[in-house]
Each structure stands twice: as structure tokens, then as C-alpha cells.
Design a protein around this ligand. Structure first.
Ligand code: ARG
Length: 398
């Protein structure tokens, strides 16, 4: 009595998997949709389709967990993979984990997902599944059977599947609390400028309000905890940041991205909240960290982004990187203000009790903390090796 659990989005690929698994002998089919902040309409559509097709369907609301345990660590690490704040990437391990645990709970004999063989998500989701339910095998029919979109649509029609809107879909969109990704269709041509219709979270430059908006974000141990002095939980603060930055046209990203399998892809993202929160977090870090820490953390953050891109959320190296990042975050407490105006964002003020900054020492008007006359000797010896090198040049014919 094989029991298949399909990790279900309600889209074409995963809907096709339902009759496909029946054809392949599964006599019990469950579906699970993990809600990480995709549009409510999509979650509802998935439930409707699952009901119509007679699966045992479950929706797991993971938005709070995603915000606190995945988006906040991304803020601490200033998440940036070549310009991409890793929105889709960091949701996948959580989807894998929750599906794995659900599969164990309902006694599934196999997991089924709809990832193609070209993207990154096959790696990230399967890794999450294997990490938390290594005993349950995984099937990926679209990849393993080389299914094409045209074949899927014909098959869906022959089986009378409710794929209505999926058929007309021009863009491939993935959306969660941390951002929105739009790819496919004409966007596959890097020479094609993104049309305004692909954007939903951000205003165009022209549509932005004519008056600037000043926003203050308060941080506690690296976590954003209040906007304009209104305390908010992780999910709420990210949603509010999305709204404010999006209204002022901040957070559109159009990049060439290097996928894990060595394939370039043209990606468009809308990540207004992530863009804003990471910018203010960085501004606060620049106030409370030493020069050596800043240089080292830039490297650590880059390694973190590489692992997060690959979905290696539970890797020991990730633990090590997080240990350093976490140690620094103990001091990332304070306020940063910024001004949003017509697609631009500028930090205007920052303050922290943990600042490694002395106004008295840096000031042009005050010599109490740093007696500049003491510097003469230090300046004289600056660049000793360069000076010596200059002396030997002639002798060595350099
Ligand atoms: N390329 C991105 C990533 O691998 C996002 C992919 C999102 N998928 C989509 N169908 N838009 O993280």
C-alpha cells in the first residue's frame, strides 16, 4: 500500500504529480503545502485543487518560523549572493524539514516534489528531506522522466486536471515573506528589459510618492525589533519593511545569477524589506565593529551566502560561521534612521551604546582623547618597507 506525500504548491508541475503517482501505483496520496508567505490565493488554490483531486491535504503555516529562524539569521549575515538577498533559497530548507516531519507523522512511504533538473531547489529541498527523514525515498518525476511543460499540459488535459490559470502563466514566480522572484518567459533573454507588469511589491520610480519618508529601525542583538518606536515581532516587522520600502520603490533587483549546476540564469527580484533591513543592519554593524572584525565578517558573510544559496542550512561550517556572526550580533543594538525617496534609500543617522567610536578622539575641535602631537613619530615610520624598497631599486636594477 504505497503512500506518497507530494510537496504541493498547486502549480502545474506538482499537480501533474498527483495522477502520475496514481498511475505508478500509489494507492494513498497526501499533499502538503508549506506556507512561507506565498500569496494567500496560491495557498487556497492549492487546497482547492487538492480537494478536487481527492488527496489528503494539509497546509502548514510556517511564516512566523520562517521570519524568526531563517530571515533574521539572513539579516545577521547581511545575506547577499551576488546581489540576491537569498529569498527563495532560505525558504527551501524549511520546506524540506517540515515536509520531512509531516511525512514521518503520516507514515508516508515516499516523498514527491516537482522540481526540475535545472534549478537549485532540487538540491535544497531534497537535502532538507534527507536531513530529517533519511529513511523515506524521494521521487522527482519532472526531473527523472524529463517532463516538458508541453507534455505536462497535454497530460493534465487528458486527465481533466484543474490547471486553468497555470496554462496561461507567462512568468515563473516564487514568493515568500523575504522576497519575490520572477523568471522565465521573455525575461530569459538578458537583453529584454523587465516590463512593469512583473512587479507587485514595489512602485516604479514614476509611481513613487513625491514626499520622502524617514524611518527609524531599532535593533536588539542584531534583530530588528521596532519601526519608528513601534515594537513588532519578526514577521510583522519584515512585512512592514516590505510595505514601506516597496511603496518608495526600493528593492528591485535584476541580475545574472550563477546557479549551482554552473548555469547562468537571468533573475528579477523584489526584496524591498530585505534590502532595507540589511542596509540598516550593515550601517549599525559599521558603528559597533572594529576594522578587523568588519573585514573578517565580510568574508564570513560571503561564505554564509554561498552555503545558504546551496541550502546547506545545517552544515557544520554554517554552525561555525553562525557562531562568529552571533558573537558580533551581541553588540548590534541601537537605532538607524534612513530616508526613502523615489527608489533611493540613504542612511541618515545611527546610534548605539555599543559604538566603537569616540567623538572626542575623532573630532577636529578636541584633543583630549587623542593628543595629535604624539603622532609625529608614528607618521615618520609609516611605510618603512616602501621607503627601503625605494632605496634598493637602483642597486637591484628594478
Ligand atoms: N534563482 C533563485 C534561487 O535559486 C530563485 C528561483 C525562484 N524560482 C522561480 N520560479 N521564480 O534561489
Amino acid at each position: 500500500m504505497p503512500h506518497a506525500l507530494i510537496i504541493y504548491s498547486g502549480g502545474l508541475d506538482t499537480t501533474v504529480c498527483i495522477p502520475l503517482m496514481r498511475d505508478r501505483g500509489a494507492d494513498r496520496i497526501s499533499t502538503v503545502t508549506i506556507d512561507v508567505g506565498q500569496p494567500a490565493d496560491d495557498v487556497n488554490m492549492a487546497s482547492d485543487r487538492a480537494r478536487q483531486l481527492g488527496t489528503e491535504h494539509t497546509v502548514l503555516d510556517a511564516k512566523e518560523q520562517f521570519a524568526e529562524h531563517f530571515c533574521f539569521p539572513a539579516i545577521h549575515a547581511n545575506a547577499d549572493y551576488f546581489g540576491y538577498p537569498l529569498s527563495t533559497a532560505i525558504a527551501r530548507p524549511l520546506i524540506g524539514r517540515l515536509a520531512a516531519e509531516h511525512g514521518q507523522k503520516i507514515g508516508a512511504d515516499m516523498f514527491v516534489h516537482g522540481c526540475t533538473g535545472k534549478g537549485n531547489d532540487q538540491f535544497r529541498i531534497e537535502h532538507g528531506l534527507r536531513m530529517f527523514a533519511p529513511e523515506i525515498p524521494i521521487l522527482a518525476p519532472v526531473r527523472e522522466e524529463n517532463l516538458t511543460r508541453t507534455w505536462e499540459i497535454e497530460y493534465a488535459e487528458s486527465k481533466d486536471l484543474p490547471i486553468g490559470q497555470s496554462k496561461e502563466k507567462i512568468w515563473s514566480i516564487d514568493e515568500n515573506v523575504w522576497g519575490r522572484s520572477i523568471e522565465g518567459g521573455r525575461l530569459e533573454d538578458p537583453g529584454y528589459a523587465p516590463p512593469e507588469e512583473i512587479f507587485e511589491w514595489t512602485h516604479s520610480y514614476e509611481a513613487c510618492p513625491d514626499t520622502p519618508l524617514d524611518v527609524t529601525i531599532s535593533f536588539d542583538n542584531g534583530n530588528p525589533v521596532a519601526i519608528n518606536n513601534h515594537a513588532m515581532g519578526p514577521l510583522e516587522i519584515i512585512q512592514k519593511a516590505n510595505e514601506l520600502a516597496g511603496t518608495h520603490g526600493v528593492g528591485r533587483i535584476d541580475i545574472m545569477e550563477d546557479r549551482m549546476i554552473g548555469l547562468k540564469v537571468r533573475e528579477n527580484y523584489e526584496c524591498p524589506g530585505a534590502t532595507l533591513l540589511i542596509a540598516v543592519h550593515k550601517a549599525l554593524e559599521s558603528l559597533v565593529m572594529t576594522k578587523a572584525e568588519r573585514a573578517f565578517k565580510a568574508h564570513v558573510d560571503q561564505q554564509w551566502a554561498e552555503l545558504a544559496y546551496q541550502g546547506l542550512w545545517w552544515d557544520p561550517f554554517m554552525e561555525d560561521l553562525n557562531a562568529f556572526i552571533g558573537s558580533v550580533q551581541r553588540r548590534v543594538t541601537g537605532d538607524v534612521a534612513l530616508r526613502l525617496y523615489k527608489s533611493s534609500m540613504k542612511v541618515t543617522r545611527r546610534q548605539s551604546d555599543c559604538a566603537i567610536y569616540s567623538e572626542a578622539a575623532a573630532s577636529f575641535d578636541d584633543s583630549a582623547e587623542l593628543d595629535q602631537s604624539q603622532m609625529t613619530g608614528m607618521v615618520k615610520t609609516h611605510g618603512m618597507e616602501s621607503l627601503i624598497y625605494n632605496r634598493i631599486r637602483e642597486r637591484c636594477e628594478l
